[in-house]
Design a protein around this ligand. Sequence first.
Ligand code: 5CU
Length: 391
Amino acid sequence: MAAAQRLLVDIHTHVYLPRYASFLRSRTAAPRIFSRTTPQGLTEERLLILEGEPSEGRPVGPQYWERDEKLRFMDKHGIDVSVVSSANPWLDFLPAATAHSLANELNVDLEAYCSTSPGVPGSMLRRLYGFGLLPLVPEVAVSSLLETVQQIAALPHLKGIIMGTRGVGRGLDDERLEPVWAALEKAGLVVFLHPHYGVDGRAWGEKENGHVLPLALGFPFETTIATTRMILAGVLDRYPALKLLLAHSGGALPQLSSRLASCIAHDPAVTARLQHDARFYLGRLYFDAVAYGSEELGFVSDVIGRAGKYAERGASAAASRDGGAEQRRRGSARVLFGTDHPFFPPLGESAKWKSVVENLEAIDGVWGWGDAEKQAVRGGNALALFDLHSS
Ligand code: 5CU
């Protein structure tokens, strides 16, 4: 195995670039960063970004914006390369003109953050690459979005974009996004689809459960719904080469894809609309491995690996039954290691972050993946998806 193939590559790792953090500090409404005095008389900064979050927010610090902190975290966990993305809520809350100029400035900042990062010993790679930002807000002109796609495509260390689920206000099945999908596909940029809004908070009831329900369930369901709407709108039929990477292992989509296919087959409004059975499209997607369990990762790779059997609409469910280990191995090619840093820090003192260790152990423990598949999920798949071999 070539040395580059043994690298550990983190494709789900966030930053609030200094310019963005300053912007959040200038705000008086969420999303915002504010300072307060602790009972011990110290000044601390707090972050308020999620809807319904208690008004005291949560601690925020240099691990969110300082590049040396990112590199230290990578060193501590043996991560060679990170493909860094801005954390939610991106530019979603801004007027179009501000979103456009800030997106352009932050893309330049991120290119500098990555291009001046240390090299990976023994290779031509740098340690940091990035996902840029588009000014995806209501009222934005399509020309502003297309201009920013071109800006990102021309920045050599930016390999994709990160986006939320609202698009330009009506979600990702909105026809107004058609030229954007076309431009992203043509540029070969990876689209990292990431949640922020969750689902209707009334579903969480009245008990105090911290962030558990919105993060464990709301985030993944948001991704599930957004991706399903893209499938139903035919986006994946029209842009077959679009590289769409789903956060949190695609949420519930792998578990629900046969039910989705059945609902489509029984619904006169949509049954003739798609070129393929819904399960086929899972083989077109990429999934991060931020699932924290071997069984879940194994299952995700099963449903990816069986997707080709559903190329024909109306293919029988029996088609998937002879899959076994080969199917699981095939599916592993679209699963990529991630950490979600700097979110999910350990609650107490610890040498390594539990959230990282668990995701690495999950990869290691997947039944049916051999060394080659595990190494591909740890890094080889990312090198291929982001075309980092030649960088
Ligand atoms: O803990 C959280 O709120 C988050 C978040 O907002 N975004 C994310 O990517 N992970 C965790």
